[in-house]
Design a protein around this ligand. Structure first.
Ligand code: GLP
Length: 241
């Protein structure tokens, strides 16, 4: 695992964006895995800047999001369909038909999860998967105790994650209780992983992921099993390393 420690959050975004940019420059139909949350926003802003400047072309790039809430209408601004559209698809100039988000509104969630896995396979797999990390070490919505071999499935959100994400909703009760997320096994199949974290609130989770045992109690520790995993953090998030 490669660890890159940078002075501040904007540098984290710039360096992680350069990994994606290199892949897209080489392969115009690259498959990129997108994460939601605040951590990757600086990456998307930098990629959008380079796309606007004519340096990068995302029009044929394919995308797969990590996760989605269950039962949250896609018209809701905090559904990950809406978030990915607002922060990734539109700013990067991607074709919406080429960007997939797990279906949290499906009547048959199990079948929708299997279809999502099949769609990733049909696209040839993910070239670069971007990841944030939850304060409890989750990646995507793979909460602690997630199987290291898990695939896309429905999960119950922990009280900690619901509390962390309550800031995006009018009241804590409105945070959905369940989600659909790519599994840890799904994430490990991507050809390259780039996890970003900024701020002191992530320092414990980053230390457990990078230096702790590989364990379902810190889902991000599975990155230790991947041949090409890069963790890009600012000094505050690296403070416990
Ligand atoms: C959410 C997302 C994760 C994300 C995490 C951290 O729960 N499902 O993919 O990594 O939050 O979010 P933030 O980057 O805002 O701290």
């Amino acid at each position: 695992m490669e660890i890159v420690i940078l002075p501040d959050a904007s540098e984290v975004g710039r360096v992680a964006a350069s990994v994606v940019a290199d892949v897209v420059e080489r392969e115009p139909e690259a498959v990129i895995g997108f994460a939601t949350g605040s951590s990757p926003l600086a990456i998307y802003a930098e990629l959008a800047r380079r796309a606007d400047a004519g340096e990068l072309d995302f029009s044929r790039v394919r995308g797969f999001a990590l996760d989605e809430y269950v039962g949250l209408d896609y018209g809701h601004p905090e559904s990950y369909h809406a978030v990915i559209d607002r922060t990734v698809t539109k700013p990067l100039g991607m074709d919406p038909a080429l960007v997939a988000v797990p279906d949290g509104m499906a009547s048959d969630i199990t079948a929708a999860c299997a279809a999502y896995e099949a769609a990733i396979d049909a696209a040839g797999g993910i070239d670069v998967q971007l990841l944030g990390i939850g304060a409890n070490g989750h990646i995507g919505f793979n909460e602690p105790t997630s199987s290291l071999a898990s695939r896309t499935r429905i999960k119950t959100l922990t009280p900690k994650t619901r509390a962390d994400n309550a800031r995006f909703f009018d009241s804590p009760e409105q945070v959905p209780t369940h989600c659909v997320t790519q599994g840890l096994g799904t994430i490990l199949r991507a050809r390259r992983l780039v996890l970003v974290a900024q701020g002191a609130g992530k320092a414990d989770a980053v230390a457990a992921a990078v230096e702790g045992p590989v364990s379902a109690s810190c889902p991000a520790s599975v990155l230790q099993l991947h041949e090409f995993a890069t963790v890009v953090v600012d000094e505050a998030a690296a403070a416990r390393l």
